[in-house]
Ligand binder design. Structure first.
Ligand SMILES: [Ca+2]
Ligand SMILES: [Ca+2]
Ligand SMILES: [Ca+2]
Length: 446
């Protein structure tokens, strides 16, 4: 989903109610975008007091359009778009003492407290990227333990949030803080907009237009590209974990934008996979008993190969197949499979079923034995029909069995084939043909 829009903005903010945020933050190509109202930047249009001003307009240098934040785990990138250059706006009316209205500082608040509370406690983080604003610190960079202050009034700006908001609405504009409503209690009514104090902990690196583009930045996707787009990145500080509110406000409080977001810990690389133990082919040698088993006394009309009154503890010889069923006769029962044949089934593995239940929940191999918990009258042994080693190991299938008494009588036969779809011969006919085939093979063997 990271390359797709998670939540599409409902156009630009014109149709949105005056105090509503214009658009919830939207993840697109790895950036979390927040799109601001395009009619809430205010600009003085002449000298004098009260100041004549306009709201919005593509020629309005204070209009902010959007902000985007990218979290790459160990690094954070931020981009802005709007009409305000990185160097700020020179004052043509002689009302700003330093002659320039600059960008404020970008604040991050991970505390869950409102902005003024977190500021009073010195719990904010901030990024100083505009060196000409009136912050209480000088160097550009990443700051923690930050308190904030307002420089709005000395930059010919608004003295409170409500005055600004009322001013915008009085000119038909839509005041917005992006993800937050303009009247959100997070801001209260103060115009805090630059760092007052803080501890510098790291640098920022400005990103060129090409670098931003290579990182996937695309404000055009939201119809929100201003005349100026710029950005920077910085190493993520330790405290940048969890949900946050980030916001930027111009020195004059003529526009601002806030984002709600979430930052995560850098992903921990998964441990390297354990090397698979090498697959060792099972090795065994057919026993004398398997190679020279007891042969059936006779084959009855239903295909049962009958062993009549044979001693227990010997090998008995069925043919290799996908499975055999064993039926005790004349009061005999089976107590134990004493051994399994070698070189018959795939990887020499056999499954034993008593009724429909697989016995022991395992497969058995040559050299293993199986003692039934009580003597059984009937069981089946099943193994893969397409045995890859059948050709290489032309050993006869035989099975070593024991009975409760010294001698017993039993029979075995091939497990009847699974019924076929209706476009083949009827199962009874097919079974008859197979039985005939088995008998012919037996006749040839003898
Ligand atoms: Ca704006
Ligand atoms: Ca200034
Ligand atoms: Ca705004």
């Amino acid at each position: 989903m990271r390359n797709r829009i998670i939540q599409v903005c409902a156009g630009i903010a014109l149709a949105v109610a005056a105090v509503e945020p214009s658009c919830a933050a939207t993840l697109y190509n790895g950036w979390n975008y927040v799109i601001d109202s395009q009619t809430d930047g205010t600009q003085r249009t002449g000298p004098g007091s009260p100041a004549p001003f306009q709201v919005g307009g593509s020629d309005n240098p204070f209009e902010m359009y959007g902000m985007a934040i990218r979290d790459d785990g160990d690094r954070v990138s931020v981009a802005f778009t709007g009409n305000m250059p990185l160097g700020g706006v020179n004052d043509p009316w002689g009302t700003v003492p330093d002659g320039n209205t600059a960008w404020g500082d970008l604040f991050f608040n991970f505390t869950g407290e409102d902005f003024a509370t977190a500021s009073a406690r010195g719990d904010l983080a901030a990024i100083r990227f505009a060196g000409n604003n009136g912050a209480g610190v000088n160097q550009l960079g990443v700051y923690t333990n930050v308190t904030a202050r307002s420089v709005s009034v000395q930059n010919d700006g608004w003295s409170s949030v409500s005055r600004y908001s009322n001013g915008v609405q009085s000119r038909g504009g839509n005041p917005s803080m992006g993800d937050l409503a303009m009247n959100d209690s997070y801001f209260g009514d103060q115009t805090l907009n630059v760092i007052n104090s803080g501890q510098r902990i790291g640098d920022i690196d400005f990103l060129s237009g090409l670098e931003l583009s290579n990182l996937g930045l695309d404000f055009n996707n939201f119809n929100a590209s201003g005349r100026e787009t710029f950005g920077f990145s910085f190493e993520k500080p330790d405290g940048f974990i969890g949900s946050y509110i980030a916001h930027i406000i111009a020195e004059c409080f003529n526009d601002g934008i806030a984002a709600r977001g979430l930052m995560t810990l850098p992903p921990v690389p998964p441990p390297p996979p354990e090397p698979e133990p090498p697959s060792i082919p099972f090795e065994c040698e057919p026993t004398n008993g398997q190679l020279n088993p007891v042969l059936p006394t006779y084959v009855d009309a239903e295909g049962w190969r009958v062993f009549e009154n044979v001693p227990g503890g010997l090998w008995y010889d069925p043919d290799a197949h996908m499975g055999f069923e064993f039926q005790a006769r004349g009061g005999t029962s089976f107590t134990e499979i004493e051994d399994f044949p070698c070189g018959i089934s795939a990887n020499d593995e056999f499954e034993v079923f008593v009724g429909a239940k697989r016995y022991g929940n395992k497969t058995y191999r040559p050299g293993e034995s199986l003692t039934f918990p009580y003597p059984v009258q009937y069981f089946t042994i099943q193994f893969p029909y397409n045995h890859p080693r059948r050709g290489e190991y032309p050993n006869p299938f035989a099975i070593k069995l024991d009975f409760p008494a010294e001698r017993g009588t039993f029979s075995y036969r091939l497990i009847p084939p699974v019924p076929e779809p209706p476009d083949v011969p009827e199962p009874s006919l097919k079974w008859g043909l197979l039985l005939l085939g088995v008998l012919v093979i037996i006749a040839r063997k003898r």
